[in-house]
Ligand binder design. Structure first.
Ligand code: ZN
Length: 245
């Protein structure tokens, strides 16, 4: 057993015995870990403030590999005040942390954590959460090993793109088109841009609802077909999203 500092975000918290909490934390250093936060159900406990969902902090822990670690103390990195005030932002952020925790099981790569952090910072700064979610979803396809082809037609390599195809796995040209719905050229351009963009460098987002819907629909179908993930928060997001887009 050793004392270690880990940078992480709390994905979920639950009660543990009478007085304690059990935290599931996604970390840069160790992927997903479970941490026992002793005594944190007490109002007087100094660590109590660091034990709620979506807390982003440096956690000092007794780390036990593949076992329950113990929380010693924490330094807050970002309290995500705006996210925690807004049900829609909470829902998107919860979904993204849940998604990241699934993706990190497939590929233990620091970038997965970093992409999550950058996306939550953007949601905190009031950027459109649907677009931020779509960027993260597109980038995570790489780590799930199901990267779509968004540079040229995924069947013949032509660069005259007509639309996008879930079943064929990316952009397609008019020669390779069979029965896929045609999406707008704006959506095609933006889809590719979102796939490659560095989230940190986004300074404004101005996208019409039609384009947002086309992009979100493709990504949703692509995940359904290839990712094989079940995420509780995604269903909830679908219900609130209909009122938001
Ligand atoms: Zn083609």
């Amino acid at each position: 057993m050793e004392i270690t500092k880990v940078e992480g975000i709390i994905i979920s918290e639950s009660s543990y015995k009478e007085t304690s909490k059990l935290l599931n934390i996604i970390t840069r250093e160790f992927g997903l870990i479970s941490v026992l936060a002793k005594g944190t159900k007490s109002l007087k406990n100094k660590n109590r403030a660091f034990t709620s969902k979506l807390t982003y902090a440096n956690f000092q822990i007794y780390y036990k590999k593949d076992k329950l670690s113990n929380l010693l103390c924490a330094d807050l990195i970002n309290p995500f005040i705006n996210i925690k005030k807004d049900l829609i932002k909470i829902s998107y952020s919860t979904y993204l942390t849940e998604l990241a925790s699934q993706v990190i099981k497939h590929s233990n790569n620091n970038d997965i954590f970093d992409i999550l952090v950058k996306s939550l910072v953007k949601i905190e700064q009031n950027y459109d959460p649907t677009i931020i979610k779509n960027i993260v979803e597109l980038k995570y396809l790489n780590y799930l090993g199901i990267r779509p082809i968004l540079d040229s037609c995924c069947v013949c390599g032509s660069i005259n793109i007509l639309t996008v195809s879930t079943s064929k796995g990316g952009f397609i040209c008019s020669n390779c088109h069979t029965n896929e719905a045609i999406i707008s050229s704006k959506s095609i351009k933006l889809l590719r841009m979102l796939y490659y963009v560095d989230i940190e460098k986004i300074s404004k987002i101005n996208v019409s609802n039609d384009v947002k819907q086309e992009i979100d629909k493709f990504i949703g179908e692509y995940y359904d077909k290839y990712a094989g993930l079940y995420l509780k928060s995604r269903n909830f997001l679908k219900t609130i999203k209909n009122t938001y887009i």
